[in-house]
Design a protein around this ligand. Structure first.
Ligand code: B1M
Length: 209
């Protein structure tokens, strides 16, 4: 019988065929879906830590996230049936005027890998679209990404729109190459993360989960 740490390893190394095969086997032998998910999340956490230490780079993260995504597709029906609730719902997007999405997609995948329900709004997202998605999905976490100095003001406009709505319990995390903690402070965001792995730590901290 396979061990759960083999699944952790398969996710971490981005071995899709092993990860999906093991997920199927664990489900067939009656392993509790939450335990299978925990093994996968540990794999994503470990690759995230290695990414922060510059031991692996964007391609390895993408490959691991793809293995996670495919295994999750197999696991999800059983998880839902078992009454599993994601940690929180997050809305994420690249702000208005900005078409860069590689970093945002990484954050989105890492959040999914950490058991958040993620609604990805894509790129060039207006402040109004963020606000209406937060309301529609009852999101408590919002991720704003910007890669251009010229689109950083869209982050502020989005923050202003969110704050104006006085949405209770909604935490906003921002990131992207030109973005800094001091900019986050300046526009009243709840947090800043320098990379996708740190975005998981920051989200867990902001929501205390
Ligand atoms: Co553009 N581009 N680009 N570009 N592009 C940059 C950003 C630039 C630095 C290149 C340069 O001049 N050296 C420059 C910006 C300069 C500035 O503003 N300071 C630039 C420019 C000027 C432009 C155009 C204006 C060029 C033109 O048309 N004249 C134009 C703008 C279009 C628009 O958005 N309106 C443009 C267009 C494009 C492409 C479409 C061709 C393409 C984007 C394709 C795509 O994303 N699908 C592109 C690309 C690929 C780049 C570079 C080369 C790479 C960006 C990237 O994907 N990095 C970039 C130069 C560079 O960075 N070397 C450049 C990899 C990615 C994993 O990193 O996105 O930083 P990054 O994400 C990191 C962190 O920042 C963080 O986590 C990620 C990984 O851990 N992070 C978050 C990101 N979002 C986060 C959110 C969080 C937390 C962390 O919380 C929610």
């Amino acid at each position: 019988m396979p061990q759960l740490n083999e699944l952790t390893e398969a996710i971490k190394s981005g071995n899709r065929s092993n990860a999906t095969r093991l997920t199927t086997e664990f489900l067939e032998n009656g392993t509790v879906p939450q335990e299978i998910l925990d093994a996968m999340v540990t794999g994503m956490d470990e690759i995230g830590e290695r990414f922060k230490r510059n031991e692996v780079f964007v391609p390895e993260m993408l490959i691991a996230a793809r293995a996670m995504k495919e295994s999750m597709a197999i696991l999800e029906p059983a998880l839902v049936k078992s009454g599993y609730k994601p940690l929180a719902t997050a809305v994420i997007g690249t702000v208005q005027g900005d078409l860069h999405d590689i970093g945002k997609n990484l954050v989105s995948m890492m959040w999914k890998g950490a058991s958040f329900n993620v609604v990805d709004l894509g790129v060039n997202v207006s402040p109004e679209a963020f606000v209406s998605a937060i309301k529609e999905h009852n999101a408590t976490l919002v991720g704003l990404s910007a890669l251009l100095t010229t689109t950083m003001p869209s982050m502020k406009a989005t923050m202003d729109a969110i704050r104006q709505e006085q949405l209770e319990g909604v935490k906003v995390l921002i990131g992207g190459a030109p973005v800094t903690q001091s900019y986050a402070d300046q526009i009243g965001a709840d947090g800043f993360a320098a990379d996708a792995a740190s975005a998981v730590d920051a989200a867990r901290k902001l929501l205390a989960c």
